[in-house]
Design a protein around this ligand. Structure first.
Ligand code: C2E
Ligand code: MG
Ligand code: MG
Length: 294
């Protein structure tokens, strides 16, 4: 079990910065990948890259333990660049192996979006891996308010012009709300899992999700729900017209090998046995209980 003490501010920021530098140099970061599916066909539409830190003494650390600190120290720029390169390299490798997924999603902090070099960096990484921009989706994470809102808007416009897709992550929560839609043009809304988790119990959540889907449709955006944990939520979202879904019901975040197996299994109509969520090296894909596609 990872110690939580990194997140409880016992560390001085300089020490943390130093630790993140060393982690990057020692290649202690890794990516897990969580598939998301088209709810009309149950085909995998893409995978989201989620960073982990294999800490030498604390075990596997999750992003909430260190990404907020990386944002404060500015290390998020270097870490984010590593994530982008790694995710694009993996996507390119999977495509070369004939694995049929249309997108790789990468979480990008508002701080990275405020850096004028981002569009050039993204283009350079796409070129390095001979990937088309249409295969890359950048999720604007909730985390922090961007340091330069104007630069963020102009970077997003430049990236979209090159064909990169932009999603608003955790839509409906905090800063990732209507304000973002008012000021930036995006391609997809990702409904925060807090609305999805109690969908069956709370009629207000159903009402809010329906409104978010309607809003996305009116604006010509696609919409994905995260945090789908059971068949009931899946069916409800499907009936509300939600385009895509992600969550433990389909698959947890998987290491690259397990994700590749999952992608192959779905592509070939094979499904592994369901397992309990959280076992990140296992596949959760309950073939028998999947409702019929729309
Ligand atoms: P997110 O982008 O909203 O990612 C979804 C989080 O929800 C992931 O946690 C995922 O494992 C978890 N999740 C997925 N399905 C379910 C489900 O059905 N139920 C529940 N309860 N949880 C589910 P994770 O990997 O710990 O990531 C947390 C957050 O860290 C991410 O939220 C994202 O904001 C941030 N993050 C992850 N990787 C990166 C990165 O490379 N760069 C940046 N800037 N942020 C990152
Ligand atoms: Mg995300
Ligand atoms: Mg999210």
């Amino acid at each position: 079990m990872a110690s939580p003490s990194f997140a409880d501010n016992q560390y001085r920021l300089e020490d943390f910065d130093q630790a993140l530098h060393e982690a990057l140099a020692r290649q202690e970061f890794l990516l897990h990948y969580q598939p998301y599916l088209d709810l009309a066909t149950y085909q995998v539409a893409g995978v989201e890259a989620l960073i982990r830190w294999q800490h030498p003494s604390r075990g596997l650390l999750y992003p909430d333990d260190f990404i907020p600190h990386a944002e404060r120290t500015g290390m998020i720029d270097s870490i984010g660049e590593w994530v982008l390169r790694q995710a694009c390299a993996q996507m390119s490798e999977w495509m070369a192996l004939g694995i049929d997924i249309s997108s790789i999603s990468v979480n990008v902090s508002p701080r990275q979006f405020s850096n004028s070099a981002l569009p050039m960096l993204v283009q350079a990484v796409l070129n390095e891996h001979a990937l088309s921009a249409a295969h890359l989706d950048l999720e604007i994470t909730e985390s922090i308010v961007p340091s330069d809102e104007k630069m963020m808007r102009s970077n997003i416009a430049a990236l979209r012009q090159r064909g990169v897709k932009i999603s608003i992550d955790d839509f409906g929560m905090g800063y990732s709300s209507l304000e973002r839609l008012r000021t930036i043009q995006v391609d997809r809304l990702k409904i925060d899992r807090v609305f999805v988790s109690e969908l069956a119990l709370n009629p207000m959540d159903a009402c809010l999700i329906r409104s978010m889907i309607h809003l996305a449709q009116q604006l010509g955006l696609s919409v994905i729900a995260e945090g789908i944990e059971d068949a009931e939520a899946c069916v409800r979202l499907q009936s509300m017209g939600c385009d895509q879904g992600q969550g433990f019901y389909f698959a947890a975040a998987l290491d690259a090998d397990a994700c590749e197996k999952y992608l192959r299994d779905v592509q070939h109509g094979l499904r592994a046995d369901p397992c309990r969520p959280g076992q990140s090296s296992e596949v959760y894909y309950p073939a028998q209980s999947l409702p019929n596609p729309r």
